[in-house]
Design a protein around this ligand. Structure first.
Ligand SMILES: [Zn+2]
Length: 139
C-alpha cells in the first residue's frame, strides 16, 4: 500500500505503474471501495482518505464489441480496428478497455459471445503518447 496523498499526482502515479506493467487503483479508508483508474479521492463516497493498491490484473470479460473506424481517440488509430469490452476486475470494479486476442470480425465476436464470460489478464499497450491498459483473453 502506498499513500497516494504523498504522490504529486494520482494519475501520474497510475501511468508510471502502467509503464512497468503494474496496475494500480486506490482503496478508500472510509468506505473500503476501490477507485479505478485512481484519482485523489474516492469515487464512491468522496473521501480524500485513499491509499494506493496494486491490482492482480485478473478480470472477467463481460461484453465485447468492435470500434467503428476512425478510432474514438487519435492514439488508437494505429491499432484500429480493435475489440473493446467491459470487464470486471477480480477486485470488483467494472472497467472498459481494449481487448486483445480477439479479431474485430463478426465471426470472432460471435464465437466469444457464445463462450460467455471469459477470463482476461491485464497488459500494457505502449502507445505513442501514454501507455494504455488492455486485457488479453487468457487461454
Ligand atoms: Zn469511499
Amino acid at each position: 500500500m502506498q499513500d497516494v496523498a504523498e504522490q504529486p499526482s494520482a494519475i501520474r502515479w497510475y501511468y508510471e505503474g502502467l509503464g512497468q506493467n503494474v496496475f494500480r487503483a486506490v482503496s478508500c479508508r472510509s468506505c473500503g471501495k476501490l477507485t479505478f483508474p485512481p484519482t485523489g479521492c474516492c469515487e464512491h463516497c468522496g473521501s480524500w482518505e485513499v491509499e494506493g493498491v496494486e491490482l492482480s490484473g485478473e478480470a472477467t470479460l463481460l461484453y465485447a464489441t468492435h470500434n467503428i473506424t476512425p478510432a474514438c481517440h487519435p492514439r488508437f488509430e494505429t491499432i484500429a480496428p480493435y475489440v473493446y469490452g467491459h470487464l470486471r476486475l477480480r477486485e470488483g470494479p467494472i472497467v472498459q478497455a481494449i481487448i486483445l486476442g480477439v479479431e474485430a470480425r463478426p465471426e470472432s465476436l460471435r464465437a466469444l459471445f457464445e463462450r460467455g464470460p471469459v477470463p482476461v489478464k491485464a497488459e500494457t499497450l505502449t502507445m505513442e503518447d501514454l501507455p494504455v491498459i488492455a486485457f488479453r483473453l487468457a487461454g
